[in-house]
Design a protein around this ligand. Structure first.
Ligand code: NI
Length: 389
């Protein structure tokens, strides 16, 4: 079965919604216009609408044509990024410096499309909670929704998420059991020495030379210390030291991000970084102070729910176009916080070509409107098959 016919009929309408949201991007916890847009549509279609979780979150509840005990949570993200959009088309960002460069405009639209269809048909037994969350980027709006009582107010037996994926062909859907996205943390390391004239380094203690060794030392976490079959990344992304050419500074600061796919490996990163930083700093006569800030956990899919997601995806795009063993990404996703509370599955929806301006977070990115009915049909099929009458 391709796209659901009724959903294909409102492809033009969905395209208009998507472009409207694209033109009015809003960032973390300020998605007021977007939340108004979503809430009004859900209410017009007869859903029970709840607002205010994580400030701008919206939850729409829909009961099936037949009563049933099971409940499913389906989630989209609504937030944009702090990027200056380079596109020149009519629906380009009207909010300068903000941009829907990750396709959350499309995610919101596809979930709305499914809500409209399911509200018309109600061909399922049980309850659906349509979860529209703020602040997926950096600010963990998913975690805040959970902390604000998302699953207490809207009990769900399982929860599902979806992200568009440039580089995956239109009409393909990918997923895997276990980790699909990484845990992501940030760190700051301050290395302290003793400043001196750069021509007389022996009279001070150089934190820059120590920093250089520590940067290389961190690379041994992936290459020498953890199992080569486990995925781990330590990226130093900022090196800050000194003010001029002829002075060795008092201190050097390194900042960056770390990634791991499994909780076991994740737990080892900070202690290893501390051991390496302390040891190399001491060998140079310096001290090191590490602050490791926990960010998003890994996004871990459960096997039974991946089966449900695959069954729904196969109905829409056909078995040959569903990959149930995709290679995970070391990027992170705050749907992970919902998956820590409920079993579920997070899937990728092919967005078409993935070069240059088509990449996520690129100032020339645009969500591919061609896939709106595919994503909306996936959501509808997931609800209808999972909550079959
Ligand atoms: Ni995203």
């Amino acid at each position: 079965m391709p796209v659901i016919n009724r959903i294909a009929e409102f492809h033009p309408e969905m395209t208009a919604w998507r472009r409207d949201i694209h033109a009015h991007p809003e960032t973390a916890f300020e998605e007021n216009r977007t939340a108004d847009f979503v809430a009004k549509k859900l209410a017009d279609w007869g859903l029970e609408v709840h607002r205010g979780l994580a400030k701008t979150g919206v939850v729409g509840t829909l009961k099936g044509g037949k009563a049933g005990p099971r409940t499913i949570g389906v989630r989209a993200d609504m937030d944009a990024l702090h990027i200056h959009e380079k596109n020149g088309f009519a629906h380009r960002s009207k909010n300068d410096g903000k941009m829907h460069a990750c396709g959350h405009d499309g995610h919101t639209t596809m979930l709305l499309g499914a809500a409209k269809y399911l509200a018309e048909t109600r061909n399922f037994s049980g309850t659906v909670h349509f979860i529209f969350q703020p602040a997926e980027e950096n600010q963990a709006g998913g975690r805040v929704m959970v902390e604000d009582g998302l699953f207490d107010k809207f009990p769900a037996d399982f929860v599902f998420g979806m992200h568009n994926m440039p580089g995956m062909a239109v009409g393909t859907i990918g997923m895997r059991t276990g980790p699909i996205m990484a845990a992501a943390d940030n760190f700051e390391l301050i290395i302290r020495g003793r400043g001196t004239h750069a021509a007389m380094p022996h009279l001070g203690i150089d934190p820059v030379a120590a920093a250089a060794q520590i940067i290389m030392g961190f690379q041994t976490i992936a290459s020498r210390i953890t199992d080569p079959l486990d995925s781990v990344v330590v990226s130093v992304t900022q090196v800050l030291a000194g003010d001029t050419w002829n002075v060795l500074p008092e201190e050097a600061t390194l900042r960056g991000t770390t990634r791991a796919l499994t909780p076991a490996v994740h737990a080892t990163i900070a202690p290893l970084m501390k051991r390496i930083a302390d040891g190399i700093a001491a060998a140079n006569g310096c001290t090191a102070q590490l602050e490791h800030r926990i960010g998003y956990p890994a996004t871990i899919n459960t096997a039974a729910e991946v089966k449900l997601a695959a069954a729904a995806a196969e109905k829409v795009v056909g078995k040959a176009r569903v990959d149930t063993d995709v290679t995970p990404l070391m990027a992170a996703e705050d749907f992970a916080f919902m998956l820590k509370k409920r079993p579920g599955a997070y899937v990728w929806l092919g967005n078409g070509p993935g070069e240059g301006g088509c990449l996520l977070h690129n100032p020339s990115y645009d969500f591919n409107d061609e896939i709106l009915p595919i994503g909306a049909s996936y959501w509808a099929a997931l609800v209808e098959t999972t909550l079959a009458k």
